[in-house]
Ligand binder design. Sequence first.
Ligand code: HEM
Length: 128
Amino acid sequence: MEPFGGSLYEQMGGAPVLRRVVEAFYPKVQAHPLLGPLFPEDIMPVMEKQMLFLTQFFGGPTLYSDQYGHPMMRARHMPFPITRERADAWLGCMKLALSEAGLDEELARVLLERLQGPAYHFINQEGS
Ligand code: HEM
């Protein structure tokens, strides 16, 4: 349980709001010079997986694991060169997406803080 009742997923407004965030996020990722080249042109399947994953990451139903098994997210990111700069860029796109989706500033700060752990944990290379 979160301190103010309900999971972060519930606090942010559940699926409709998370979808707004994810839909605001990927165009920024695709347009980013350090991130865009890592992603496939057809971003829809990635968006759908992220929707399932963030639902469970923020304390909602375990949609990702139900479909794909143990997330093993660091391992799933190993094929891609993830540097500190790319982790910062990813978090920067997410910060903009949370704001664009109209989330409360304090809640957006908490969500971003939660994502920092995994983002920096996925770093697997030096350089930009
Ligand atoms: C640190 C910077 C990050 C980079 C550069 C990055 C990059 C990528 C790339 C290239 C893919 C594969 C796209 C494809 O299917 O071809 C991917 C997949 C994914 N990423 Fe990240 N990512 C980052 C951080 C994160 C974070 C912080 C999360 C969530 C906490 C996350 C969640 C996911 C999910 C759920 C998938 C789909 C996994 C699957 O295939 O089942 N990523 N990411």
